[in-house]
Design a protein around this ligand. Structure first.
Ligand SMILES: Nc1ncnc2c1ncn2[C@@H]1O[C@H](COP(=O)(O)OP(=O)(O)OP(=O)(O)O)[C@@H](O)[C@H]1O
Length: 237
């Protein structure tokens, strides 16, 4: 489904992503981990079209998407959430989903929106103002719901579990597992918590100073001394 070939992103003299090659197959659930500043979000930005790589190729479903703008990539099936929830101001929860759906699919399907609202536990909040009327868990659920509204084949989830307390996190994680099955969507998730990644993902990729230093099953990766070393000293280790 997604092939990253030698992707590099530089900001001036800083190499945020350095020669990363990675494949994500249809229906895969892959964790993307690494210390703060390792380049995880920048890689998501490159995949979704928010930043243009300095070098490399990004191929989605056999098509080189490097020059495709964000909305075209969304229409091809690349969906994403943002680390800081970004509801559209002065719009209700439902309207947020409607705008996302039009952006990602070019059409409006209220039945699909109702289905997504129900799945993400937001039906009762559908007519609330999204920027003022939601608790943190609901804001995070809205991020996922907005991304689902674009009808993705691959969902890039950027720290959607961060900041949630233990019970909220567990419930959210179950929702993500169900999402993978119900919507037949592949997932790549950025998350710092090793237990969460191990629970959710069959495969993990580790970035360190922009480079992919390890890839494998959670138990392989988290017992790799280089990975352990890259985590040491990070504030979330
Ligand atoms: N638009 C930008 N301009 C300049 N530097 C940037 C830009 N975006 C990111 N960076 C830098 O690129 C590096 C990688 O940042 P990135 O946000 O991708 O890391 P991350 O692994 O997602 O970190 P975190 O876990 O803290 O979210 C950092 O040094 C960051 O300061």
């Amino acid at each position: 489904m997604l092939q990253l070939e030698n992707v590099t992103v530089r900001f001036g003299g800083l190499t945020a992503v350095n020669d990363v090659s990675l494949n994500i197959g249809t229906g895969d659930v892959v964790g993307l981990v690494g210390a703060n500043g390792a380049g995880k979000t920048t890689l998501f930005n490159a995949i979704s079209g928010l930043v243009r790589p300095t070098a490399g190729r990004i191929v989605f479903d056999g098509v080189d998407v490097l020059k495709a703008p964000m909305y075209q990539r969304a229409r091809m099936g690349i969906g994403r959430t943002f680390q800081i929830p970004q509801p559209m101001h002065e719009l209700t929860v439902r309207q947020n989903l409607q705008v996302s759906q039009r952006f990602g699919t070019g059409r409006l399907d209220e039945r699909r929106i109702d289905e997504i609202l129900a799945f993400t536990g937001l039906t009762a909040k559908a007519e609330r103002d999204a920027s003022t009327g939601l608790a943190l868990t609901e804001l995070k659920a809205l991020e996922v719901a907005k991304a689902l509204s674009t009808d993705p084949k691959l969902l890039l989830l950027d720290e959607v579990l961060a900041g949630l307390e233990t019970n909220g996190k567990r419930a959210f994680m179950n929702m993500l597992k169900g999402l993978h099955q119900k919507f037949q969507v592949g997932i790549c998730i950025i998350e710092h918590d090793i237990e969460t990644i191990s629970n959710l993902c069959a495969r993990v990729a580790v970035l360190n100073f922009g480079q992919l230093i390890a890839e494998g099953t959670p138990s392989e990766v988290f017992s790799n001394p280089e990975v352990v070393k890259s985590y040491t000293g990070a504030d979330h280790a």
